[in-house]
Write a protein that binds this ligand. Sequence first.
Ligand code: SF4
Length: 363
Amino acid sequence: METVTSTTDTPRIGLGMPRVPGVRGRLKDIPVPGHKRVLLAAPRGYCAGVDRAVIAVEKALEHYGAPVYVRKQIVHNIHVVTQLEQQGAVFVDEVDEVPEDAHIVFSAHGVSPAVVNAAADRGLHAIDATCPLVTKVHREAVRFARDDFEILLIGHEGHEEVEGTAGEAPDHVTLVNSPDDVANIEVRDPDKVVWLSQTTLSVDETMETVRRLREKFPKLQDPPSDDICYATQNRQVAIKKVAQDADLVIVVGSANSSNSVRLVEVALEYGAKAAYRVDYASEVQQEWLDGVETVGVTSGASVPEELVKELLDALADAGYGEVSEVKTAEEDLMFSLPKELRRDLAGNRDARAIGGRSRTVAG
Ligand code: SF4
């Protein structure tokens, strides 16, 4: 079973668990020369793919009963994983840890065909909660491999999403970890290369990687549409705007959440004097607030809003009770539940409609 660790020894806030003791009143209201305030980035927090994956596990538990097995963390957030464990989800690293005939959910980050086949060989009932936007990248990989392209996959080595996408076309994929990696990339035929990417990267850094790749391989093809997903892009746009005016940015998100970690980097790049990532409000250190007038706050795409609320409460205790939202886009995208659940839940109103959109807010 996968061991999930928090970045600190802080007690966790779970459904049905007491609130974290000591969060309220832990930070002190120490005067600063100017006006204390919080700029709260929007959009932030849950994206459509995370929402769907978490609901999929909850519905599976309700419908099939505990335990329901989940391969890897369903989404990269310690709080969400802990809550689901309390409801009866069992997180495993690989399908061979799951008893035959059990139900297993594949995480939002996606799996390779080898994992799907291993689950089938074991007689498991698989529910595929891969985000549809990750599935889109998988399909691109299959299509370009079929046309005998070499696929330069920009992403982080070892990330589950990258393993899943690369697993669709292992003989055609070369991983590009960073702009600096480009110098070492060799291809068979420079006339037949395409780049694809992980969905949760820094937009700016990815574009720099692509620029260098194109310099080296002028015939490099672009993906048919953006691989970095709407949620990752929207959260980065919002924090860029907040960071310009923030002395300090605090990102709520887990250490293994790629998009949360990127938000810290983007905040620093776009003007925040300091930026930190926390799983819980109780991790905020008093000294981070020394001399700080404006605190920017955001959260990664796998973070429930209750954790942001905890942070805002803690900041209010420290004198940062004035909160203004900085909104750069509207999001109302929703995905239907995985098809296996829609089939098994047919008739009891749990299958949700695909719809919605993401829209940039002027200014
Ligand atoms: S971050 Fe993007 S790709 Fe990942 S689950 Fe959310 S919407 Fe899907």
